[in-house]
Write a protein that binds this ligand. Structure first.
Ligand code: FE2
Ligand code: FE2
Length: 235
């Protein structure tokens, strides 16, 4: 085992203490470092709620071992800082996708309370992401119409409205008294498909135009935008 990989056996810990124990082990985890934990129960809920507390900064791989043991290797989500605004947005797509898959996973498992909390965090993250794309990029950079005469920025705004509407419906369905994986699950599946198509389209049509425009902008303006986007996505 290298100095960058710590090991922590929590199999003797009481269930109620697990989240706190993991928190203290990983709260100062630095770039390139991993911590391996051994649990006597499935740590899925603990890790998801801890990740909420730590602003979705963690990633992990869990494997089940013989004798009711779960091994979880935890590391930071980002080990390399972003190079520019578009890189930040692409990473934010991945981060939002990962959060949303967790919402689906938890809902499938019937853990609706944690799923709902994570859905709220996802919606917050989504709103910040859309703010950057609308107010900081689309408003400043005009995009030429495509071969069919459609403006990719206008298409993006329409898709964003659809995504927001769907996420509001999902939150409402989590709030219903008889919410279950059969009532929320289908709505999640629809948004999952829509979101990933939207992100792919955006990265293929708009991001190259934005990159071209930003490359022509004065360096000072580019740096100012970089810092503003970083701050907005981080909050
Ligand atoms: Fe978007
Ligand atoms: Fe986006």
């Amino acid at each position: 085992m290298t100095a960058d990989n710590h090991f922590c056996d929590l199999t003797g810990h009481a269930s109620s203490q697990l989240q706190t124990s993991v928190f203290y082990e990983i709260k100062d985890i630095s770039r390139g470092e991993t911590v391996t934990f051994l649990f006597a129960e499935d740590p899925a809920i603990i890790l998801h709620s801890l990740n909420l507390q730590l602003r979705n900064n963690l990633r992990w791989e869990v494997s089940e071992e013989p004798g009711q043991r779960w091994r979880a290797v935890i590391h930071r989500a980002e080990d390399v800082p972003p190079v520019d605004v578009l890189d930040m947005l692409k990473r934010d797509h991945k981060r939002l996708d990962a959060m949303f898959s967790q919402v689906i996973h938890l809902t499938d498992n019937g853990q609706l309370e944690v799923a709902h909390a994570l859905m709220r965090a996802f919606s917050d993250g989504l709103r910040k992401h859309l703010l950057v794309e609308h107010d900081m990029l689309a408003r400043a950079i005009r995009t030429p119409p495509d071969a069919q005469g459609l403006d990719p920025s206008a298409a993006m705004v329409q898709e964003h409205n659809e995504i927001l509407n769907q996420s509001v419906m999902i939150e409402a369905s989590f709030e219903e008294q008889d919410a279950s994986n059969t009532s929320v699950g289908p709505l999640l599946a629809i948004l999952a498909g829509y979101l990933s198509k939207h992100e792919q389209r955006e990265e293929a049509t708009l991001f190259p135009v934005w990159t071209g425009a930003l490359n022509k902008a004065p360096e000072q303006a580019r740096t100012a935008l970089f810092n503003k986007v970083m701050e907005t996505l981080r909050d």
